[in-house]
Design a protein around this ligand. Structure first.
Ligand SMILES: Nc1ncnc2c1ncn2[C@@H]1O[C@H](COP(=O)(O)OP(=O)(O)OP(=O)(O)O)[C@@H](O)[C@H]1O
Ligand SMILES: [Mg+2]
Length: 264
């Protein structure tokens, strides 16, 4: 499961960059799908500059948590604040919130009929009302940063999965988000492409981006995460540093889960 030794770094970003004020705050958040209680009294704070890894078995609510933070899912009770502001219900305020919260999914979700460059400039031009030339310049700089500038004129289908996922990261960054959410960004990739995406994420973390990352990539967690939260059955069961969590999980559920993923 652990693919990641491509980047050599000294460890979590924590040592070099002190964490800032709370940026994402969930207070007593509950969510049901019919009879299924998928988020149970979730209390979680992510500070500015923090990299939080969310880990847990299938169906434990990790994607629902991410989607709730971006308000792609509503919640039944509790409160979610981004940079001190409660999530807006709808309208312009919600669109603004969405651009503050960048999201990268498991499937690359690029617009299939637009070029790579257009994929990255579309949001800034349409939503942020940036000038086309400025948006293009910044998009090219972002594509360069994720290592795919030379693909700018191609269509998504002409790129590998790893390249497409790096474009998806550039596209999210083009909206100048305050926080980036990643939901299993490497789990649909062929193994040889996983590191190229993780390396971009590690670099982002080192630059101080606030990140919530659902992943089972322990190499990434160890290198980049300040904290790991373990979810099971809609609850946060355990919170620890990556080192503590992977070497000495406290709960039976975490031990059981780790023994399963570590044997792969
Ligand atoms: N739109 C939906 N309608 C009904 N049930 C849903 C919906 N989305 C998710 N669920 C259920 O909610 C629970 C949590 O799902 P979620 O996708 O958040 O889990 P997950 O931890 O991301 O799992 P995985 O590791 O498989 O991605 C699951 O039991 C799932 O079947
Ligand atoms: Mg999921």
């Amino acid at each position: 499961m652990d693919h990641g030794e491509a980047t050599t770094t000294t460890g979590p970003v924590e040592a070099s960059a002190p964490l800032g004020p709370p940026l994402v705050e969930l207070t007593d958040v509950n969510k049901h799908f019919g009879d299924l209680h998928v988020l149970k009294d979730i209390n979680l704070t992510v500070r500015k500059g923090e990299v939080l890894v969310v880990i847990g078995p299938s169906g434990s609510g990790k994607s629902t948590l991410c989607r709730a933070i971006n308000r792609l899912e509503t919640i039944d009770s509790g409160e979610i604040r981004i940079d001190g502001v409660p999530l807006p219900e709808e309208g312009k305020a919600l669109a603004k919130l969405r651009s503050d919260v960048g999201m990268v999914f498991q499937a690359f979700n690029l617009f299939a009929h637009k070029t790579i460059l257009e994929n990255v400039t579309l949001g800034p031009i349409k939503v942020r009302r940036e000038k086309t030339s400025a948006a293009k310049d910044r998009a090219l700089a972002l594509l360069d940063r994720v290592g795919v500038k030379n693909q700018a004129g191609k269509m998504p289908a002409q790129l590998s999965g790893g390249q497409q996922q790096r474009v998806a990261i550039a596209r999210a960054l083009a909206m100048k988000p305050k926080v980036m959410l990643f939901d299993e960004p490497t789990s649909a990739l062929d193994p040889e492409m996983i590191n190229e995406v993780l390396d971009v994420m590690v670099a982002l973390a080192q630059e101080g981006m606030t990140m919530v990352v659902v992943t089972h990539e322990m190499g990434f967690a160890r290198k980049a995460a300040n904290r790991v939260v373990f979810m099971s059955d809609g609850e946060i069961v355990e919170e620890a540093t990556p080192e503590e969590f992977f070497t000495a999980p406290r709960s039976g559920r975490a031990k059981d889960f780790l023994s399963k993923i570590l044997t792969h």
